[in-house]
Design a protein around this ligand. Structure first.
Ligand SMILES: *[C@@H]1O[C@H](CO)[C@@H](O)[C@H](O)[C@H]1NC(C)=O
Ligand SMILES: *[C@@H]1O[C@H](CO)[C@@H](O)[C@H](O)[C@H]1NC(C)=O
Ligand SMILES: *[C@@H]1O[C@H](CO)[C@@H](O)[C@H](O)[C@H]1NC(C)=O
Ligand SMILES: *[C@@H]1O[C@H](CO)[C@@H](O)[C@H](O)[C@H]1NC(C)=O
Length: 438
């Protein structure tokens, strides 16, 4: 794991200037007359001991809580928002200490916003908002349980300091929490290649752990540049649940901290990606009327200009039912572990009185807080995308276990991509060292 600290070179060089200041902190009277001053706010020289947390999960000293990532929120007068994991049973006042490049730091009160979708788990994603305005010039922040005499040196770098209107990517997929010995290589490669054909440029995965073959595939996609892997060692800090409901599945936190990763992913891509897709690796948001995601979203966004969250129905293609011809049972893939999505073209019907779960494509600049199947706080409107326009293909074990083939619908949309998909998957498997070249 990448746990550890990096001493910031520049700041280290400046340290000599400050060594003679006695004690850890010194109050700066001139700066305490800030017009935005809060009763408790004070500024001080930092002792040049800013170190940057390199781990994506950082314990908050003298508490049960953790900080994850810090961002400027330009929609809220440039406040600092720290995505955090808060122990709901140990609430206490928290403070932000934020510093500018000049190594002048300020301590301010915070507003701790625990997201409402905690499903009963004791730890949950929260936004710790540093109270004040116009913090865009701050470079580092930490959360503290003390309002003074801070002796913590592990700061988070502050991201999104400059808002932008042009984006490196049009479509980014956020895949939350890869964990256990997950080794479904074939489906992973097929999904990634399908995303590419659909117009996705960037995929982010929060990785706790995975199986040995999948490790090779991840390396390949990371080297190639499509995939960004964020280490997510949640199991080093908490006992993560592999389920979604505390009463049923127990554990400290919902589904390996999925909700922290999804929210982090949205802020991480706010100025990097025009759209963000929030789905799992076994899920493909599939256009049925358009050739790809750019033309689908162009159509949807011009029909619904004020919409910022598009919802897509999930439809299960059970891995227990195989297409009859066997034409996709390719010898090349025989030794590749995992599901071959091209063999699964049978779709489960809708269930009476049960809504299909939904996944989302969002404009990240319009979302404040997200859940898995809906957004919790956003600017703009929601649109449920019609079944015949686009829906999500979810190849997985059946939800409706007793249905026969005759009770399922044939849906061969994925086959429309076979001509490019198959050679692309083969090439990827070869380059990952998983398929021997002949
Ligand atoms: C941020 O820094 C710039 C350049 O040094 C300065 O002009 C601006 O006033 C600063 N903004 C705030 C809010 O301190
Ligand atoms: C601050 O922490 C360092 C090491 O973590 C320790 O050596 C030092 O005594 C502490 N200072 C205060 C004032 O608590
Ligand atoms: C994003 O889409 C625009 C057109 O809508 C296109 O000009 C641009 O090249 C695309 N960006 C990427 C990274 O593909
Ligand atoms: C499926 O069939 C089995 C055996 O007939 C039965 O025990 C089970 O309750 C059925 N499950 C559902 C969800 O209908």
């Amino acid at each position: 794991m990448e746990a550890g600290y990096k001493i910031l070179g520049v700041k280290f060089a400046l340290c000599g200037l400050f060594w003679r200041i006695p004690g850890e902190l010194k109050l700066l009277d001139s700066l305490s007359h800030d017009p935005d001053k809060l009763p408790l706010e004070h500024a001080f020289y930092n002792t040049c001991r800013i170190t940057e947390a390199l781990n994506s999960i950082t314990p908050i000293k003298d508490s049960e809580h953790f900080m994850v990532s810090a961002f400027i929120d330009h929609r809220l007068d440039g406040v600092i928002r720290v995505i955090s994991i808060i122990s709901r049973n140990h609430l206490q006042p928290l403070y932000c200490v934020y510093c500018s490049t000049e190594q002048v730091c300020k301590t301010v009160h915070t507003d701790v916003q625990i997201h409402r979708d905690h499903f009963g788990f004791p730890f949950h994603v929260s936004d710790v908002i540093c109270k004040g305005r116009h913090m865009q010039n701050a470079t580092h922040v930490l959360i503290s349980t003390k309002d003074s005499d801070n002796n913590v040196t592990e700061y988070l770098p502050i991201k999104n300091r400059v808002g932008m209107n042009t984006f490196k990517y049009n479509f980014t997929v956020c895949i939350s929490t890869l964990f256990g010995n997950y080794n479904n290589v074939l489906q992973f490669a097929q999904s990634m290649e399908m995303y590419k054909l659909l117009g996705v440029q960037h995929v982010v995965i929060y990785k706790t752990s995975c199986g040995p073959d999948l490790e090779k595939l991840l390396k390949h996609y990371e080297t190639e540049g499509m995939l960004e892997i964020v280490p997510w060692p949640i199991d080093q800090f908490l006992n993560p649940s592999s389920g979604w409901k505390f009463k049923k599945h127990k554990g400290d936190i919902h589904y390996y901290g999925q909700l922290a990763t999804l929210n982090e992913c949205i802020y991480r891509h706010m100025y990097q990606s025009k759209y963000v897709l929030l789905n799992d690796i076994d899920e493909i948001i599939m256009p049925y009327k358009h050739a790809n995601l750019p033309s689908l979203m162009k159509y949807l966004q011009s029909a619904h200009p004020r919409v910022s969250v598009f919802l897509f129905e999930s439809h299960v293609f059970p891995t227990t039912q195989f297409e009859e011809s066997g034409k996709f049972k390719r010898a090349e893939w025989n030794n590749i572990p995992g599901v071959n999505i091209m063999e699964h073209i049978y779709r489960e019907p809708d269930r009476k009185n049960i809504d299909n779960p939904k996944k989302m494509i969002v404009n990240p600049r319009k979302v404040q807080k997200t859940s898995v199947h809906s957004s919790l706080q956003k600017y703009g409107y929601i649109h449920h995308v019609a079944f015949h326009v686009s829906r999500m293909v979810h190849v997985r074990n059946p939800m409706q276990v007793n249905l026969t083939k005759e009770q399922l619908f044939v849906d061969k949309r994925m086959w429309d991509f076979k001509q490019k998909l198959i050679p692309n998957v083969d090439r990827t498997l070869k380059r990952s060292g998983l398929l021997r070249p002949h």
